[in-house]
Design a protein around this ligand. Structure first.
Ligand code: ANZ
Ligand code: ZN
Length: 742
């Protein structure tokens, strides 16, 4: 037999699978369906690094196993390709972003295909393709039609470096998530999506899906459901979750914006976004209102720790029971009433539910995004672009630098901006804002069901067949962004009859990051990025795949270690050589049968709970077991190959062929195990006398305590120690040990 040469066999099989369309999903199949999903990548100029494929390989293993289990599997891939990085690179190099995107996706595709992830490439999508974003625009118009999209003057987070407005989710500790520059506030007209209308259901329906608890908790905290009461202190209505503390309320505190509305004055106080950490600041507005419980006059303060956009923007200050109020009262010498009567929760107040979630700022003043498909007409106002005129494509122009005024670069392209109003035929102007890069990814999982449809965003028939996604794996960093946004879009589409299910994803899991050697995050600037091409060249794709699954628990972050690749490589070489041991005359004894059945049970079970590392170690143990024998049966080898096929698709396919099997190992049925073969039929017990092992005893596995005891005492080695005496105590641990005390 030839030596294992991954270079040769990997290229060979990739070609064959592609020609045969082995991994293409069928929209018309009598098999049960299975939909696996990974978060489609942003094709950056840096190419793929070894961290990217970790989730792809994991979901590939699930998908391949499901195919072997008889499912019609959809495992699609595409490109989330709008975004700042490409746009900035285009500006620097004077290339078209579309050209750069094409180059980048070509690289990503080649790199991914080298790893034999079983994606259905016939369904590849690209969010920047006008054929795709036509439907993103069409869906936006649905939001508009149903009053879920609107324009509002907003104080937005503005990154002065990137010259872009940021969503709250993109501001981390007051800084731009992308570049770390301190974010400024700017007032701008923005398109908004009314996600708050869905806050209640986005929260409640988490009960109906299978997500990790940490993901549910993060979403719940982000949505921030709060049950409380509205109570009137004169003209000022406060929101409180503790109406029972009203007798201890000694002042009222309002947000700066609220104070301005009440008095017309600006007090020079700025609200802090972070509620807890900052130093308390405040000014007495001079207003007095009555506490409805104590009937006492209390002063109204404008403070920095109450935000205008939560509750009513006004609170009752209860220094005795609220830490923030206590700190404030101490600093400004406001009364503190320590002992007061607690009111009943119901005594004051209309009960209300408030959410922390804010409406979603859905516009960017940049070039490389989906143009928002509306036309502004002096006579008709905001007019949606008629469906027949979609897509509104981006103009191909040499210049689209972001403007310092915060206006979109599209605004400077007159030939594109000036159009006829579709309603009255008068002069109109195109909306020049583009959508944020979350738009395309908010519905891409729907498009995969029917990616070439040019009549609809996806047909209901295809959606009914494929939706919901059965298993979606993605990063924890997307929990409060993409995962929440896409659930919102899907729910709205469900409400207007466009999709068949209210939740898009049945099950969600999250992977840990792969870090560079030494434990730092991989990044181009640190020069520690590992390119999978290098690893494939050195070890082969199968070794890379097995290593990434074996390196540690899938849900935990783990550092790359090139030295450790040799273990998985040796394992595959061992599996390769085992082929020479297969013999027609070999047979299995009961222990061989137990090992085989146990391996099938463990590997299959581990895969289902993301235990890929233990699944690999089980296969290593099993291959060592087989290797220790002189000959093995065809069935033993065949089953090992089937178990390994989802992890190492090339080598197993090659060996499957060598073995003379029909068809592809990837279409062979997944092995099943026989529960009755799992029990060890015999077991060996250690026999101790006064705590020291003096003999061993073999019994049947189901021997009773009395049988074991009698057999142990009858052993000649034990009789010698007893010397005719009756033992003081005999302790039997079935299947393990008998301890005799003399
Ligand atoms: C009186 C009180 C007494 C309160 C007490 C708390 C404890 P969550 O759970 O986050 O909803 N609050 C209300 N609106 C606010 C705003 N716009 N900015 C800052 N704080 C605001 O918190 C609700 C509580 O946070 C409310 O209940 C209110 O303070 C404060 F022992 O009222 B409480
Ligand atoms: Zn008009």
């Amino acid at each position: 037999m030839q030596d294992y040469d991954p270079k040769e066999i990997e290229a060979k099989w990739q070609k064959i699978w592609a020609e045969k369309g082995t991994y293409e999903a069928k929209n018309d199949s009598s098999k049960p369906k299975w939909y696996s999903l990974i978060e489609f990548p942003y094709p950056s100029g840096e190419g793929l690094h070894v961290g990217h494929p970790r989730p792809y390989i994991a979901m590939d293993i699930i998908s391949r196993k499901r195919r072997m289990q008889g499912y019609n599997v959809l495992y699609p891939i595409g490109w989330d390709a709008f975004g700042l990085q490409t746009e900035n690179f285009a500006l620097k190099t004077h290339k078209q972003p579309a050209v750069i995107t094409k180059e980048n996706t070509d690289t990503f595709r080649r790199q991914i295909q080298n790893l034999a992830i079983s994606f259905d490439w016939s369904r590849e999508i690209n969010t920047t393709d006008p054929k795709y974003y036509k439907w993103t625009q069409w869906l936006f118009l649905k939001f508009l039609e149903h009053d879920l999209a609107y324009k509002a003057k907003m104080n937005i987070n503005w990154c002065p470096k990137d010259k872009i407005g940021l969503a709250n989710e993109e501001v981390i500790d007051g800084k731009c998530e992308r570049c770390g520059t301190v974010v400024e506030k700017r007032e701008k007209e923005q398109w908004m999506l009314r996600i708050t209308k869905y806050a209640d259901r986005l929260d409640k329906d988490l009960d109906t899906v299978d997500y990790p608890e940490r993901v549910k908790t993060q979403q719940r905290n982000w949505i921030g459901r709060s049950e409380g009461a509205l109570i009137k202190f004169g003209d000022i209505e406060v929101f409180t979750t503790r109406p029972d503390t009203i007798f201890g309320a000694t002042f009222v505190a309002v947000a700066p914006e609220v104070a301005k509305k009440l008095t017309g004055n600006d007090f020079g106080i700025v609200a802090e976004t972070d509620r807890e950490s900052k130093e308390k600041k405040g000014v007495d507005t001079g207003l007095k209102v009555t506490n409805p419980a104590t009937k006492e006059q209390v002063s109204v303060w404008v403070v920095n720790y109450v935000s205008a956009d939560y509750g009513t923007g006004a609170i009752m200050g209860v220094p005795a029971d609220d830490e923030r109020d206590r700190e404030f009262a101490l600093k400004f010498n406001l009364p503190i009433v320590e002992n007061y009567t607690k009111a009943g929760f119901e005594d004051f107040g209309t009960k209300v539910t408030k959410f922390k979630l804010r409406d979603w700022i859905f516009s960017r003043q940049r070039y490389w995004g989906e143009p928002i498909p509306v036309i502004h007409c002096e006579k008709c106002g905001v007019v949606p672009v008629p469906e027949k005129d979609l897509p509104v494509t981006l103009p191909e122009v040499p210049m689209y630098e972001p403007t310092d005024t915060g206006e979109s670069p599209l605004a400077t392209i007159d030939s594109w901006v000036n159009v006829e109003c579709p309603k009255c035929g008068g002069m109109g102007k195109r909306e020049t804002d583009t959508m944020p890069n979350w738009a395309g990814s908010s519905w891409y999982f729907l498009r995969y069901a029917d990616p070439h449809n040019d009549k609809e965003f996806a047909s209901m028939e295809a959606l009914k067949y494929w939706m919901p996604v059965d298993w979606y794996n993605g990063g924890m960093e997307h929990t409060t962004l993409h995962l929440l946004y896409s659930r919102f879009w899907n729910k709205f589409f469900f409400d207007i009859g466009l999709v068949p299910t209210s939740e898009p994803y049945k099950k969600r899991t999250s992977h840990g990051l792969i870090l560079a050697e030494g434990g730092e995050k991989m990044s181009k600037s640190k020069g520690n990025v590992v390119n999978p091409d290098t690893i494939v060249n050195m070890f082969g794709a199968d070794t890379l795949r097995v290593y990434e699954m074996f390196m540690g628990p899938f849900e935990q972050a783990i550092a790359w270690s090139e030295a450790s690749l040799i273990g998985p490589r040796r394992f595959l070489e061992r599996v390769w050589k085992l082929a020479t041991k297969v013999s027609e005359t070999a047979s299995m004894n009961t222990e061989d049968e137990r090992m085989l059945n146990e391996s099938i049970k463990k590997v299959g079970g581990d895969i289902e709970v993301l235990g890929f590392n233990t699944a690999v170690s089980n296969m290593m143990i099993y291959s060592n077991y087989l290797d220790a024998k002189d000959v093995i049966t065809k069935s033993e080898y065949e089953n090992l190959l089937k178990l390994l096929a989802p992890f190492a698709p090339h080598i197993t396919e090659e060996l499957w062929e060598t073995l003379g099997q029909e068809g592809s190992v990837h279409e062979a049925p997944w092995p099943t195990f026989d529960e009755s073969k799992l029990v060890r039929s015999r077991c060996t017990l250690a026999i101790q006398v006064n705590g020291r092992v003096r003999a061993t005893l073999e019994t049947t596995a189901n021997a009773t305590e009395n049988e074991v005891k009698a057999a142990a005492l009858a052993l000649p080695e034990v009789e010698k120690w007893l010397n005719g005496a009756i033992p003081k105590k005999v302790v039997v641990v079935l299947g393990k040990v008998v301890n005799i005390v003399v």
